[in-house]
Write a protein that binds this ligand. Structure first.
Ligand SMILES: O=c1[nH]cnc2c1ncn2[C@@H]1O[C@H](CO)[C@@H](O)[C@H]1O
Length: 306
């Protein structure tokens, strides 16, 4: 039985690998683009390039080019000016679909009612807008996997992770809509999705079409991580997609009421109601993930010279 998914992506560096993994693990019905990591035109181009490079038969839908309310900044310093390590690529020959991403999410949720999973490795703007346009989407979508939120070690502000920080209002809307949600937070990925020097060298030496792609698109991410965070690059989006595919990667999880702070200095912070003061729960959260299993999946796909 195939599993059906849409990946929602602000396509830069690790997002492209998450797209590749998702296309292997799921019947991928679409890539929906949302504002986040880098200039919007470059995100679209990176998604199209990924589809073309790996010959994927997956449509790309353009979504929201800005968050719902707040101001945000793109992070070219993390991903490279073009979002993929400044790799000089040719203009993709394929084009995005004319249908808007929000409409595509709503339509596909009807066509694949009860079977569609959303892999949200991005700010949650598109999904929030789809929900606001059609509240019944909640009943039709099987599962929402979210890469987002930090417990207390933010990668964008001292307390906020990038995806929640870019559009905290969207995150708050999605978290409280009633979806079946599992969140993979930043710190969990720091532990389970770091590519060390050793692993980076091993990937280089695979020398397949996919490993060459991996090294090129993640070059700036790696340099940034080494220089500013003092370790290897963190492949959170790829980890989230792999966890969605194989739940045995989850070594520990909990279910809590989770909110996102939308005010001033703590904007984008994830609030976990550890002691259940609110007497309610709205999402599961991964607390520990299996790094070895993740690496095995990643390497096995990079070794297939697609
Ligand atoms: O410094 C960073 N390291 C890794 N990913 C980042 C960084 N900044 C933004 N992102 C993006 O935000 C999510 C993780 O927070 C990922 O989805 C990634 O695409």
């Amino acid at each position: 039985m195939p599993r059906y998914a849409i990946i929602d992506s602000d396509t830069a560096s690790d997002d492209t690998i998450a797209i590749l993994l998702a296309s292997k693990f799921f019947k991928l019905l679409g890539i929906t683009i949302v504002a986040g990591n880098v200039k919007f035109e470059n995100e679209i181009k990176n998604a199209l390039f990924t589809v073309e490079y790996f010959n994927l038969d997956v449509p790309v839908f353009i979504g929201s080019s800005r968050p719902i309310m707040g101001k945000w900044r793109t992070v070219e310093e993390v991903h490279g000016n073009n979002g993929i390590g400044d790799w000089k690529i040719q203009e993709p020959k394929i084009s995005p679909e004319r249908e808007h991403a929000v409409d595509a999410i709503i339509r596909l949720s009807k066509e694949y009612e009860g079977e569609l999973e959303i892999l949200a490795v991005s700010p949650l703007t598109n999904l929030a807008l789809a929900y606001l346009k059609d509240l019944n989407i909640v009943k039709r979508i099987k599962k929402v996997w979210i890469m987002g939120g930090a417990f207390s070690r933010g990668n964008t502000t001292p307390i906020a992770e990038f995806n929640f920080w870019v559009d905290p209002e969207a995150a708050e809307i999605v978290l409280n809509a009633g979806f079946d949600i599992t969140i993979v937070p930043w710190e969990i990925a720091e532990d389970a999705a770091e590519i060390t020097d050793d692993e980076w060298k091993k990937i280089e030496s695979i020398n397949s079409k996919a490993s060459t792609f991996f090294i090129n698109v993640n070059k700036t991410l790696r340099e940034y991580s080494k220089k500013y965070e003092g370790r290897g690059s963190i492949h959170t989006d790829s980890l989230t997609v792999t966890i969605a595919y194989d739940n045995s990667l989850i070594l520990q999880q909990g279910e809590f009421k989770i909110d996102v702070e939308t005010c001033s200095i703590s904007r984008g912070a994830m609030l976990v109601d550890w002691y259940n003061f609110s007497k309610s729960k709205n999402a599961k959260i991964v607390l520990k993930a299996d790094k070895q299993k993740f690496i095995n999946y990643l390497f096995s796909i990079l070794e297939q010279s697609a």
